[in-house]
Design a binder for this molecule. Structure first.
Ligand code: GLP
Length: 237
């Protein structure tokens, strides 16, 4: 079943998304959260940080699995997704960093890293709640449009449009890594619940395509139409 919620502002979106994550943590303190990077979840994470600081939320037993990482960036690089997660969430809540997982972008054997990442998710018994943003080309994690849905964690070439969209975080587009390692569709589709957030008019068209258009690997997020428990929150700004 899909719940599609439209709100006016990014603040409302962030509060609703954080409430859904918070209720998951309250219901199952040792839950496995699938977490995302990008600008969309920043406000959501701010709310979680506040509620944790207020003593209303306890992350001490939570495990987290992040979606993706750039190839070639180690966790100390400011644009790495490990750095982003530490900076935007983990450093500010009482989660045990040893329980937070982000794929390694500097593994010498990337194939082994992909397999180990999937084995980790499996050992956890899957993801309880998967938070997702959506790229302008419909990517989730870094699963870019392609001819087929990829099941396992995999290494992908980033689309030109993704490199351009993410260039705003780097000094120039040339510095954006050309490849990334991403959780595949298998772990995402096996998550017990999925929460996708998208904000702003620029995302309206792709959100409509993904959730109301044909299910096709050319719009990777469209596969979520087949997921039994998806909540989409779209805000107009
Ligand atoms: C990035 C990430 C995605 C994210 C998407 C949208 O490249 N790999 O996980 O959902 O692009 O980003 P934003 O939220 O900044 O629009």
């Amino acid at each position: 079943m899909m719940k599609f919620i439209t709100v006016k502002t990014y603040e409302e979106l962030s509060k609703k998304a954080a409430s859904i994550i918070a209720s998951q943590v309250i219901l199952k303190p040792n839950c496995v959260l699938g977490l995302a990077t990008g600008s969309s979840p920043v406000g959501t994470y701010k709310n979680l940080i506040k509620w944790c600081a207020d003593g209303d939320l306890d992350f001490s037993a939570v495990r987290s699995i992040n979606l993706d990482e750039y190839i070639g960036l180690d966790g100390t690089h400011e644009q790495s997704y490990r750095y982003f997660m530490n900076d935007n969430l983990f450093n500010h809540v009482n989660i045990d960093k040893a329980n937070t997982y982000v794929p390694s972008g500097i593994a010498t054997d990337l194939d082994a890293e992909c397999k180990a990442y999937d084995a980790r998710v499996e050992a956890f018994g899957g993801i309880d709640l998967q938070l997702l943003g959506i790229g302008l080309d419909g990517h989730i994690g870094f699963n870019e449009p392609c001819d087929e849905f990829v099941k396992g964690t995999n290494v992908v070439e980033l689309d030109e449009s993704t490199i351009e969209a993410n260039a705003r975080f780097f000094d120039s587009a040339d510095e954006v890594p050309k490849k990334a390692i991403t959780l595949g569709m298998g772990a995402i589709m096996q998550a017990k619940a999925v929460l996708l957030i998208a904000n702003g008019e620029k995302k309206r068209e792709i959100v409509e395509k993904a959730f109301f258009g044909p299910i096709t690997p050319m719009v990777p997020a469209s596969i979520l139409q087949l997921h039994p428990n998806v909540t989409v929150i779209f805000s107009e700004n």
